[in-house]
Write a protein that binds this ligand. Structure first.
Ligand code: NAP
Length: 267
């Protein structure tokens, strides 16, 4: 790992959770961090926190689905782009309104890909730079009622691997890498599983077992979620600082191992 040089790192979706913690950690390590948020209010709050600690963090609003917002980064020389912003959406594919799935793909896949294309232009010219895609261990194995979200992560993981192999044919210096978090208690999972109860009701195919599903999800995340994001932030730092990052980084290690074993067993 190369920790010698300070880099300009742009991270999306930094209001809280993994994005915010990664932004603060990278800034404390001496990188110039452009930490973008979904709303202007969140950017102001983050800027105040950064100023209080004298951290080299610039914060502004960048809605990844908004073309004008994305183009705000065109005059920047970005060494590392970390595509972190995402929304959670849940419910059965048997009955979900496909517009909800479409919106998930806009935020989690299409917006980040368009942002990546803008950043890649200069990276390819310079023959240097790293794009980190925050995917998920849920982009490697499926989970019932979470496909509207997990399909976006399967797509990111597959797309990023392909892009990496394509770019290696024309550039030694441009790197594409994927970070796959397991379950972390940021509030994201609770909000994601709750979206389906906005519309899965008495008319749902699953109405007879909705309470069972809800209780199972609560139990699952209570058991699996790590309270601190430190282990996944460490992986993001490794991915962002490496001269030649690996294809994948994941944490916590026991969840990553579990997923690997399940895949070896045919899942
Ligand atoms: N927590 C987990 O267990 C877990 C597991 C696997 C992967 N991940 C991934 O890790 C990343 C961070 O998640 P997290 O757990 O830290 O949850 P989080 O705090 O909710 O992070 C998601 C961020 O994305 C932002 N966002 C949503 N729509 C956006 C848009 N259109 N433009 C810009 N930003 C937008 C959210 O801002 P607002 O809240 O202001 O809308 C939020 O700050 C995500 O990619 C997530 O899929 C998390």
């Amino acid at each position: 790992m190369d920790t010698s040089g300070s880099r300009t790192v742009l991270i999306t979706g930094c209001r809280r959770g993994i994005g915010r913690d990664a932004a603060v950690t990278l800034a404390r390590r001496g990188h110039r961090v452009i930490a973008t948020t979904h709303t202007g209010a969140a950017a102001e709050s983050l800027a105040r926190t950064a100023a209080a600690e004298s951290l080299p963090i610039e914060a502004f609003r960048l809605d990844v689905t908004d073309g004008d917002d994305r183009r705000r980064i065109l005059d920047r020389d970005i060494d590392v782009l970390i595509n972190n912003a995402a929304v959670g959406e849940s419910g059965s594919l048997a009955e979900i309104d496909i517009d909800r799935v479409r919106r998930s793909f806009e935020t989690n896949l299409f917006g980040p890909l368009e942002l990546t294309q803008l950043v890649l232009r200069k990276m390819i010219e310079r023959d240097a730079g790293t794009v980190v895609f925050i995917s998920s261990l849920a982009g490697r194995i499926t989970m019932p009622f979470m496909a509207p979200y997990t399909m976006t992560k399967f797509a990111i993981s597959g797309g990023a691997e392909t892009l990496r192999n394509e770019l290696h044919r024309i550039s030694d210096g441009v790197q594409i890498t994927v970070v796959e978090p397991g379950a972390y208690h940021t509030g994201f999972n609770q909000e994601m599983v709750a979206t389906k109860y906005e519309w899965m009701d008495g008319n749902s195919y699953f109405h007879g077992i909705l309470e069972k599903i809800r209780a199972g999800e609560e139990r699952y995340f209570r058991r699996m979620e790590k309270g601190s994001t430190a282990s996944i932030v460490r992986q993001i730092v490794r991915a962002a600082e490496a001269e030649r990052p690996r294809l994948r980084y994941a944490a916590p290690w026991w969840q990553a191992l579990g997923v690997r074993l399940m895949r070896m067993a045919g899942r």
